[in-house]
Write a protein that binds this ligand. Structure first.
Ligand code: ZN
Length: 298
């Protein structure tokens, strides 16, 4: 089971406190020390749209370079892609949205145009030796249109897979999904994207996130996104709240006998440190409740 630490990007992007580049780099270093090996480090979007990510280049210039660590940069267009390549990311993550209204609000373009954008970048990503993943946002529901037909998501996944991407993520951007939906979507996507690595990006907005994570595991999904402390939202999705908390997910996996290679005590330590950086308690539970058995947190 692989956990992608998305705290530095999806986690922080909606925080009102402007976090310093130094603290972002500390979050990344602490995550690596805890055993996380794929880290969504930043996004290459216009700083006016997401001011928290204005230091994308400075973050990438400061990250520790290790052959076993892969840094992911979120890109929404050609300009972002070129910046990400210049900044030295290992992987780019693109987004297509499963609802037309949310696509216009989040991406500023239609679904068809954003698919075309991914198609335009796919070859260049390969040529540059970069991993390419695509996140299908609002796969479980849209803040503006409501229910998103599962056939729409599966059809999008098929088209994304046909572009030759390495990994496809089903994102519950606003945290409305429930386990049977995860099972159905995972099966539907696996059927149209044979051989693709599937990932789930879950938010715990309505306390279904961890149940959905278990459903994802049961459905054979081997990669999950999570953010230390469970921080995160989306500036373009009203009232969206945090990601799965990395420490809560690691606890669930550890106690279930599933190895993620992540040190629970260290992530709890990072969540508590993050409370101080953000000036408020993070939503994750393990930083308060502590590990069991014994006290692994220090
Ligand atoms: Zn998210």
């Amino acid at each position: 089971m692989e956990i992608i630490e998305v705290g530095p990007r999806d986690g922080l992007q909606n925080e009102k406190v402007l976090v310093s580049t130094e603290d972002k780099l500390e979050l990344i270093s602490r995550s690596i020390d805890a055993g996380l090996r794929r880290i969504e480090a930043t996004s290459f979007v216009h700083p006016r749209r997401v001011p928290q990510m204005a230091d994308a280049e400075a973050v990438m210039a400061g990250v520790p370079r290790r052959p076993d660590v892969s840094y992911i940069g979120l890109v929404l267009n050609r300009r972002g892609f070129d910046r990400a390549v210049a900044a030295g990311v290992d992987e780019v993550n693109c987004v297509v949205v499963a609802s037309e209204t949310f696509s216009q609000r989040n991406q500023g373009m239609s679904i068809a145009d954003s698919l075309q954008g991914v198609a335009d970048l796919a070859g260049d990503a390969r040529a540059a030796g970069l991993g390419l993943s695509v996140t299908i946002a609002a796969s479980f529901g849209c803040p503006f249109e409501g229910e998103v037909p599962e056939t729409t998501v599966v059809d999008l996944a098929r088209r994304v897979h046909d572009l030759g991407v390495d990994e496809i993520a089903l994102a519950d951007t606003i945290g409305v999904g429930v386990p049977p939906q995860v099972s159905r979507l995972a099966a539907g996507v696996a059927a149209v994207a044979p051989g693709a690595r599937l990932r789930c990006h879950l938010h715990n907005t309505r306390n279904t996130g961890y149940a959905n994570a278990v459903a994802a595991l049961d459905a054979g999904i081997t990669v999950l996104d999570a953010s230390t402390g469970g921080i995160g939202g989306c500036p373009f999705a009203p009232d969206a709240t945090g990601n799965l908390a990395t420490e809560d997910l690691v606890y669930l996996l550890d106690r279930s006998g599933i190895d993620s290679g992540v040190d629970l005590g260290r992530v709890i330590g990072t969540a508590r440190w993050l409370d101080g950086v953000l000036g408020a308690p993070t939503p994750g539970q393990l930083a308060r409740a502590g590990a069991f058995p014994g006290s692994l947190a220090d």
